[in-house]
Design a protein around this ligand. Structure first.
Ligand code: ATP
Ligand code: MG
Length: 390
């Protein structure tokens, strides 16, 4: 018996005339994600990607597919000739361990090849009756433990248990939606924000602001580690590390303490915007939720975002911290995010930050600094790291 992987895509179906373009990008992303772990033959038909690989590589390929945006479900399936006898023989061999004593099952059939001599209800009757005779499991069409799927497709028929299907990431394939630049801290939220935006098909660059020696080498390693976890979903990420200490010291020495965080955030946005334009990103991505901390009130966000002339995507804007934490656990960044190494912001946090700032006031105190010179000096010290999935 031969087993294959079927990966079904989701929203691409809605793409009308552009569908082949999206399908090709998805196929390329799949090939790239798999090429280092297994030899595969891949083809796409009827909103399904067929991945044929060696039996001992099926699990690792499934794992990779489960992180590729655009795919909604993945399953292993037995490959059958397109005749009912071969479907039965394979179903018997393939489902031996599923249809045991005390288990109830039903068969669901789908026939996309209308030339197949039996229609879907007839396939269900034939295969269901046969399995009922062969195994101790019993048929229950209303509330079965196991749903046996039979799909008669273009070149073959396929049999699998619906319960063995795993969920894909959903979303759109990376490379179908331009590029954005993520402000990636060492915290919980920004990695989640990056994952959410790249899930919509957007390629991601990352920028981190780093305050050596106030933040340690360990803090930098933590950010690289976070980028490499995001890269499991996106493939390679370019991470730009920006030296930020001088800017923070200048702000601390020249601006009112209660404005410190927001002026700092405005510098981050401006520097990220410059890097974004240079690298052909057309938006910034940050991890704020309204009201989470003083610098994330609506008024504060207005002050921060008005420093740049580029869309700022904030996918967590309406989420609660607990929801962000759940997402971080799901995507695998949480455990790294909670490592205790100081972020550059926590080092320079004012005791009483303003929660209802006015743009004009912040701009006035900020004008005490030579903004342009500070930005250029920071940009001159940027370190670029190519981060690969870990
Ligand atoms: P996070 O959990 O993402 O660190 P946070 O709740 O700690 O977020 P803030 O510290 O107010 O929030 O930062 C808001 C956003 O600014 C972050 O989500 C991130 O996008 C960006 N940011 C903050 N600090 C840095 C940094 N050192 N480098 C890059 N981006 C940063
Ligand atoms: Mg933070």
């Amino acid at each position: 018996m031969k087993e294959i992987i079927l990966a079904k895509y989701g929203e691409i179906i809605l793409k009308g005339g552009n569908r082949p373009k999206f399908e090709n990008i998805l196929l390329n992303n799949i090939r790239n994600a798999i090429k280092n772990v297994a030899e595969t033959k891949i083809r796409l038909a009827q909103a399904t990607v067929y991945i044929d690989t060696d039996e001992d590589k099926l699990d690792v390929v499934m794992e990779r597919l489960s992180k590729i945006f655009g795919i909604v479900s993945i399953t292993r399936a037995a490959v059958c000739e397109k005749n009912i006898e071969d479907i039965k023989i394979n179903a018997k061999e393939y489902l031996r361990n599923d249809l045991t004593e005390g288990v109830s099952f039903k068969v669901e059939a789908k026939r996309s090849d209308k030339k197949f001599p039996l229609n879907s209800p007839q396939i269900c009757m034939e295969v269901g009756g046969f399995l009922d005779d062969e195994f101790p499991a019993t048929v229950d069409v209303h509330n079965p433990d196991v749903t046996v799927k039979v799909e008669v497709r273009d070149f073959n028929a396929y049999v699998y248990c619906a319960e063995n299907k795993i969920a894909g990431q959903g979303g759109m394939p990376i490379g179908t939606g331009s590029k954005a630049t993520l402000l990636l801290s060492g915290g919980i939220d920004s990695p989640v924000a990056g994952h959410m935006i790249s899930k919509r098909g957007v390629e991601i660059d990352a920028v981190n602001f780093f305050s050596f020696p106030y933040t340690s080498e360990r803090a930098k390693e933590k950010v690289i580690e976070l980028a490499s976890i995001i890269a499991r979903y996106t493939s390679k990420i370019n991470l730009y590390i920006v030296p930020f200490t001088e800017i923070q010291l200048q702000i601390r020495d020249n601006c009112p303490e209660e404005h410190m965080t927001l002026i700092m955030r405005r510098f981050m946005m401006r520097i990220a915007e410059r890097l974004a334009r240079k690298n052909k990103s057309i938006a910034l991505v940050t991890g704020e939720s309204i009201g989470q901390v003083a610098s994330q009130t609506l008024a504060a966000l207005d002050v921060t975002n008005s420093a740049v002339d580029m869309p700022v995507l904030q996918p967590l804007i309406g989420m609660d911290k607990l929801e962000n934490m759940d997402r971080a656990r799901e995507i695998g960044t949480y455990e790294t995010s909670i490592l205790p190494y100081e972020d550059c912001c926590t080092v320079f946090t004012p005791k009483h930050p303003t929660t209802n700032p006015k743009r004009e006031n912040i701009e006035r105190t900020e004008s005490r600094l030579d903004v342009e010179t500070l930005i250029e000096a920071a940009l001159a010290g940027v370190e670029k790291i190519e981060v690969y999935p870990n």
